[in-house]
Design a protein around this ligand. Structure first.
Ligand SMILES: [Zn+2]
Length: 343
């Protein structure tokens, strides 16, 4: 099952626009829905010289071959260098790769946009994720969008379209990418061979590609280690928990966001679930842990949970570069243990 089948309705709507393409489309939606793959498939379909009846690229013509080899003369991909490296496309320059799309990357489009197209008469620029641009870079891109080169389509992909400059958003036609139904998501995960799919899907808030990523990554070790501590509730030993998690975090290598940040994201989701349970609402993320969460919520109270949940957001923000990870975790677990103290 490919991403086009996962979003078949949206794909048809995109195909219907082929005849009258705007200068820029903005594919927005939460992380893990396959927006980038979908945008790439659309770019391939537009550049393909013998598209299939469904509109999909043939995968065999010269244009398709160039695209898959990363050297189609009418296609540019703007993404943070760190992302390209993580996918093995980037060149390892030896220095720390940028997490941002740089202004030089945007300026590098100038020549590309001002010579004639090579093949089918259409040029495509894919920008992902569009929120990974600082203000200067975004303004440079805006200039390009304001004076559109002929026969050029910009495809912007964003996990957080509300964070883009309003002026950029207003230059793009918005294409919201919806959450697939539970049945579609399950079919996707089954086809991807993900074991324990329900659990990962719940953890990913229903986003199938994120669920597959979680299920296939070493993430389970991080989550299991965290849940082992959090689930102790009133019996938690904060200092021992901090020591154990500090070890786990330090043993995690690379792979996307820093492990401490990911750990704090999971911790915050756990707290959201505790707050939901305290309000007699169904848990959202750790569906498999529902009973345990409800029991723990009953030993605390909604007000304290809510207050600590807000604090957890701050932990999350400060988790990228804690000065001392052990102390950082001790502070967190002391606060967490206090949730269950009798008053
Ligand atoms: Zn083709």
């Amino acid at each position: 099952m490919n991403v086009i089948q996962l979003h078949s309705g949206l794909w048809q709507r995109l195909q219907a626009r082929r005849g009258q393409l705007p200068h820029a489309l903005l594919l927005g939606g939460r992380r893990g829905l396959g927006k980038f793959d979908l945008a790439r498939a659309f770019a391939a379909a537009l550049l393909c010289e013998r598209p299939q009846e469904s509109g999909e690229a043939c995968g065999a013509c010269p244009a398709c071959n160039w695209l898959s080899q990363g050297n189609h003369p009418d296609f540019r991909l703007l993404q943070p260098e760190a992302l390209a490296e993580a996918e093995g496309d980037g060149e390892d320059s030896g220095k720390k790769a940028s997490q941002q799309i740089t202004i030089d990357q945007v300026r590098g489009l100038d020549d590309f946009l001002h010579v004639g197209t090579h093949r089918a008469g259409l040029r495509v620029v894919l920008v992902c994720p569009a929120e990974a641009m600082n203000r200067n870079t975004a303004n440079a891109l805006l200039k390009t969008l304001e004076e559109p080169a002929p026969d050029t389509l910009f495809l912007l992909v964003s996990h957080e379209p509300e964070r883009l400059l309003p002026t950029i958003r207003s230059r793009c036609q918005s294409v919201p990418v919806p959450l697939p139904s539970a049945a579609e998501a399950r079919a996707w995960l089954a086809a991807a061979g993900v074991a324990d799919a329900e659990r990962w899907l719940a953890l990913a808030g229903g986003a199938p590609l994120l669920a597959a990523e979680l299920g296939g990554s070493g993430e389970s070790r991080l989550i299991e280690a965290l849940l082992e501590q959090l689930a102790r509730g009133p019996a938690l030993d904060p200092l021992a928990a901090a020591a154990a998690l500090d070890k786990t975090v330090k043993a995690e290598k690379g792979g996307g966001a820093a492990p401490m940040k990911r750990l704090m994201e999971w911790a915050q989701k756990w707290l959201v679930d505790l707050s939901l349970a305290a309000a007699q609402l169904p848990v959202r993320y750790f569906v498999g842990e529902r009973e345990r969460i409800e029991k723990l919520a009953a030993r605390s109270d909604a007000q304290r949970l809510l207050a600590f949940g807000r604090k957890a957001l701050q932990y999350r923000r400060h988790s990228e570069h804690p000065l001392n990870s052990r102390l950082f975790l001790e502070d967190f677990f002391l606060g967490y243990a206090a949730l269950f103290e009798r008053r």
